[in-house]
Design a protein around this ligand. Structure first.
Ligand code: INI
Length: 161
């Protein structure tokens, strides 16, 4: 069944021209995260978000992303926040702690602020999996998170109106 305004997993046409969007990106594995950031900027551009309505800040690692995202969401300066990072499985349980706290903290940031906070953090077993998810196409997870941020920001505004 096709529902009005949707087709498969594609969001309806999104007009982000009046939106202000934040990006919080983790420097750890920045050779991957920079490509997620570029993907996010492409996604925002396709949705009509103006360059001067984008605030971008970097933090040391994925573990620090939730706090920065929450403070930015609380600031009143943005309508949604895109969180970007890359956590790659290593030899110790560190991976599990960083992933689960990043995911938990990001969900907490959006639930406690009422501002959409998108989970564009790769949690992968190998570097190749990260490379495959941060390429130039629309399957780039930063791009995906950006389009989701615009969709959610517009939805929250509509529901609040
Ligand atoms: N941070 C990441 O963003 N990705 C990782 O793969 C990673 N690993 O593997 O350790 C990582 N660790 C750093 C962590 O996010 C914090 O910055 C650090 O623990 C200081 O709080």
């Amino acid at each position: 069944m096709t529902r009005a305004g949707s087709s498969g997993n594609q969001p309806p046409q999104l007009d982000g021209s009046a939106l202000r969007i934040g990006i919080i990106a983790a420097r750890f594995n920045d050779h991957i995260v920079i490509n997620l950031r570029d993907g996010a900027l492409r996604g925002l551009d396709r949705c009509g978000v103006a360059d001067n309505n984008i605030i971008e800040e970097w933090v040391p690692g994925a573990f620090e992303v939730p706090l920065a995202a929450k403070v930015l969401a609380q600031s009143g300066k943005v309508d949604a926040v895109i969180c970007l990072g890359t956590v790659i499985q290593g030899d110790t349980p560190h991976f599990d702690y960083v992933c689960s706290e990043a995911a938990r903290g990001i969900q907490d940031a959006q639930m406690s602020t009422g501002i959409p906070v998108m989970f564009g953090v790769l949690t992968v077993n190998t570097e190749q999996q990260a490379i495959d998810r941060s390429g130039p196409g629309i399957d780039n997870k930063g791009d995906e998170a950006a389009v989701g941020a615009v969709e959610m920001a517009l939805l929250v505004k509509k529901l609040q109106a």
